[in-house]
Design a protein around this ligand. Structure first.
Ligand code: GDP
Ligand code: GDP
Length: 455
């Protein structure tokens, strides 16, 4: 059977693929120089996670999408940091802790040539405590002769060491097979399993924007003393806070409160923390210091939340400090620097005075509603039909590619698949996204649109 020239099975396959929910998360942890970044490059099959020999390399990108044997997952690379003032053990522990928290499974990388060190043992203890599935990677086994070194790592008590050469690719396939076995089909934070539980909020933003002040403000006044709530597991790093009569779970608040003074790699820890919090949340409240210029770092944080497909609210903090002039320039900056989330609900708050705190919850609810919106196929196609008739795609090479039909394959965030008779240009895709937003709302949510072209 066929629909407008598309094989029905292809259509169903495309819808299923586009509709995938959140992906499970794999964290790659281990001491510096054991080869984590090299391994991540192998796994993602790209040279994106650049391996640098320079100490203190900061990288804002820590999460990558990967695929193995037809299964997709996310990889969190913890390779972008260096030993800092805390000393090696503490810094390895800190980075591993953040990464493990957000992960559904962990690849623990050990340098087989060096063998297990005290630091490795410390990470093993963390892994045990976290109770997440672990795949032990004995790296730098470049040839057969290294396999004996790998076997010593049985002593770590993490099961079979997988001998791998991240550099040359040796053994990585077998290791990835083990990773797929360890990874759940759907992430533990899967939205489906959270039904009835409190909604999860990540409060994110660069250092000093006022995250901890805001958290103290909302938690201090309206904290609920709830230890166990039915059907939820309460992570000690998460905080249950009652706002507007509803209990919300602020995830990874320990990271916000933790006042560890890091020098080298501080930005990197911040990125890792943000990525971890965003992974666990349904909605991200991006806090921006309104008294300062919107920075590249603010934009990166926004991008992380957008790429993770979370509902988003932007909160401009320190509103109490703004004069008329700053307010004027801020509006201009928002238009140019935050155009990528022009659709996000916005609140202007002050964690100091408590200004507009009551607007936070409605904004969050709006964003979550947009994130969960489902457009019935009939309505979508009526809309698409009119749109395409009124604004056809420009003619290219004597042909006019047409959108034939479409469907919403998933929610959280909304995902659409459009079926077309020819290549649809980026400009036209953006036009369609704009019109979809105008028609159906989607306030506070990124939307994904993929296009399938008839062969
Ligand atoms: P990270 O600090 O754990 O992210 O480690 P990197 O990925 O930056 O690697 C540290 C060094 O070890 C680099 O010089 C890599 O080229 C090297 N390396 C990584 N994997 C292997 C491997 O499988 N075999 C060998 N011989 N060297 C490797
Ligand atoms: P974090 O690093 O994002 O957690 O930021 P903090 O909550 O530690 O705040 C950084 C600084 O900004 C502190 O000195 C706060 O007192 C100050 N601050 C936070 N919120 C506000 C606000 O709404 N107004 C003003 N004037 N200062 C604020």
């Amino acid at each position: 059977a066929a629909v407008e020239g598309f094989d029905i099975e292809d259509v169903e396959g495309a819808i299923e693929e586009a509709g995938h929910g959140p992906l499970p998360v794999l964290a790659v942890v281990g001491r510096p120089n054991v080869g984590k970044s090299t391994l991540v490059n192998r796994i993602i099959g790209r040279r994106e996670a650049v391996v640098e020999d320079k100490p203190g390399v900061t990288r804002d990108r820590v999460t990558y999408e990967a695929e193995w044997a037809g299964r997709r997952f996310k990889v969190v690379d913890t390779g972008g940091w260096e030993q800092d003032v805390l000393g090696i053990d503490a810094s390895v522990a800190a980075q591993a802790e953040y990464a493990i928290e957000a992960a559904d499974a962990v690849v623990f990388v050990v340098d087989a040539k060096v063998g297990a060190t005290d630091t490795d043992e410390a990470v093993v203890r963390l892994l045990r405590k976290a109770g997440k599935p672990v795949v032990l990677c004995a790296n730098k086994v470049d040839g057969q002769s290294g396999e004996a070194d790998a076997s010593y790592l049985w002593s770590l008590g993490l099961g079979e060491p997988h001998p791998v050469s991240a550099l040359h690719g040796r053994g990585t396939g077998d290791m990835l097979d083990a990773v797929l076995e360890a990874l759940p089909e759907a992430p533990a934070q899967s939205f489906g399993t959270a039904i009835g539980g409190p909604r999860r909020i990540a409060l994110i933003g660069r250092p000093n924007v006022g995250k901890s002040s805001l958290l103290n403000k909302v938690a201090g006044e309206e904290r609920v003393v709830v230890n166990e709530m039915a059907g939820t597991t309460r992570d000690p790093v998460d905080e249950m806070i009652e706002l507007g009569g509803v209990t919300w779970k602020f995830v990874d608040t320990a990271g916000i409160r933790k006042r560890v003074h890091l020098q080298q790699g501080a930005d990197y820890y911040a990125s890792l923390r943000t990525a971890a919090a965003v992974e666990k949340a349904e909605v991200a409240v991006v806090l921006i210091d309104a008294s300062e210029n919107i920075s590249v770092q603010d934009q990166r944080i926004v991008t992380m939340a957008v790429e993770a497909g979370r509902a988003i609210v932007v909160a401009f903090n320190k509103w109490d400090t703004l004069d008329e002039e700053r307010r004027y320039y801020l509006e201009r900056e928002i238009e140019t620097e935050l155009a990528q989330i022009a659709w996000a609900p916005r609140v202007n708050v002050s964690a100091r005075t408590g200004r507009h705190m009551e607007k936070l919850v409605p904004a969050i609810e709006t964003a979550l509603a947009g994130w969960e919106t489902r457009v019935p196929t009939g309505r979508l196609n009526a809309f698409l039909g009119e749109l395409v008739a009124a604004h056809p795609h420009p003619v290219r090479g004597g042909k006019q590619p047409r959108i034939l039909f479409g469907t919403q394959a998933g929610t959280k965030p909304p995902r659409f698949v459009l079926f077309a008779s020819g290549f649809i240009e980026a400009g036209y895709r953006r036009f369609i996204e704009r019109r979809l937003r105008e028609e159906f709302g989607f306030e506070g949510t990124p939307i994904h649109i993929s296009v399938r072209v008839r062969e």
